[in-house]
Design a protein around this ligand. Structure first.
Ligand SMILES: [Zn+2]
Length: 265
């Protein structure tokens, strides 16, 4: 784990990259900040987490780090120990953690609850949606540390790296660490309700777009040509044919739209 700092004093904000070793976009954003060394109004901690997995360009060495929190110093896995070390390092910080996916090119935010912090900061980020995943929080970083996660785009793409840079700067501006103003936008909020499982098969297909409502009766995915039909309407989130081993993604409900006027006062 690599830990660096911009500014002096005890940081209360942290930028976290490389929780997953096959998602290099956030690391690029952190390296760029370290190269540019912008002058900051508040100290910022910068962390590149899973260096062993990043070197090998694999998601994890022993187990998924974002299912391993809070971790344990006596854990037998690399990620079990790393989770504990990261939590110690982030104690007292609001963390901004960057990820990328195989399912959706447009950046969106993931939070563990629609808290005051989330309502204030996320509409100032260049994201198209906020997803509340408290039903599926177990083992994730934000179950242990106050965290805003962002999905920056498609894994390994140049666009995801550019998005990671823009998202980080918007976050740091929103928390008054960098000077300047952010743009607030209306933001739809979704809550994950279910996992969409997939059966063992040779080929997988997904017929729907993330964040676009699926009507009851519509086929939304298939395993070896066997179609899955929506029983009730839902919004697909993190859906992709081959992104995860045993799930297509998640179903969600739309719970709110945060409007700029409502959060401005
Ligand atoms: Zn990730």
């Amino acid at each position: 784990m690599r830990v660096a700092q911009l500014g002096t004093g005890e940081p209360e904000i942290a930028v976290v990259a490389g929780i997953h070793g096959d998602e290099p976009c956030g690391v690029r954003a952190v390296e760029r900040l370290l190269d540019d060394r912008p002058s900051v109004n508040r100290p910022i901690k910068l962390i590149v987490v899973n260096e062993a997995a990043l070197e090998r360009r694999i998601r994890f060495v022993d187990e998924d780090l974002n299912r391993a929190f809070p971790g344990d110093p006596a854990a037998t896995t690399h990620e079990g120990k790393l989770a504990h070390d990261l939590v110690s390092e982030l104690e007292g910080c609001l963390a901004f953690s960057m990820h990328s996916t195989q399912s959706h090119a447009e950046p969106f935010a993931i939070v563990n609850g629609v808290t005051e912090t989330a309502r204030d900061i996320v509409p100032q980020l260049p994201v198209t949606a906020m997803v509340e995943t408290s039903n599926f929080a177990e083992g994730r970083l934000f179950s242990a540390i106050d965290t805003i996660e962002v999905e920056c785009g498609l894994q390994g793409s140049e666009t995801a790296a550019e998005n990671a840079d823009r998202l980080t700067r918007a976050f740091l501006t929103a928390v008054d660490a960098l000077p300047g103003d952010t743009v607030r936008r209306d933001l739809p909020v979704y809550r994950l309700t279910d996992v969409i499982r997939k059966d063992q098969a040779d080929t997988y297909e997904v017929f729907v777009d993330n964040f676009t409502e699926v009507e009851p009766g519509a086929p939304f995915a298939a395993a070896d040509g066997e179609k899955q039909i929506a029983e009730e309407s839902f919004y697909p989130v993190l859906m992709s044919s081959n992104g995860y081993q045993d799930v297509f993604g998640y179903s969600a409900e739309k719970i709110d739209v945060l409007e700029t006027q409502a959060v401005a006062d």
